[in-house]
Design a protein around this ligand. Sequence first.
Ligand SMILES: [Fe+2]
Ligand SMILES: [Fe+2]
Length: 143
Amino acid sequence: MAARKPTGKLLDLLNQAIAREIQVSVQYMWQHVLWKGVKGFAVKDALKKIAIQEMKHAEAIAERLNYLGGVPTTKPAPIFVGNTLREMIRQDRKDEEGAIALYKRIIDTAGAEGDEVTSHMFREILSEEEEHHDVFSTLLEEI
Ligand SMILES: [Fe+2]
Ligand SMILES: [Fe+2]
């Protein structure tokens, strides 16, 4: 059992996280489908792999939110696919930056509420988001 009843603030942050995870899993999947040009070869497998990781994040966060008594959203944050490869990956890097900022907030909020499990879970997810950010940053140098 959770140490204390979570606040509405934490539950709301978890739903924001879920909305973002659904957004990027669809976004990266469609970018993987719609990539074009020779340089697209460098990015399509990375997009596919990361899209699957984001879906797993959405599921894990939704399970946690459900356990804490919240109702997981089914609505993604606005999806931006982009037209050129550069436009796509630039947006993706920005979205990873948004995830990193939000997950640091969640780690702090959960910690302040004595919810060590949520805090720990988001530390692990955060390290994957930092890897994604690194992948997109490296790809942007190549395309
Ligand atoms: Fe994620
Ligand atoms: Fe990510």
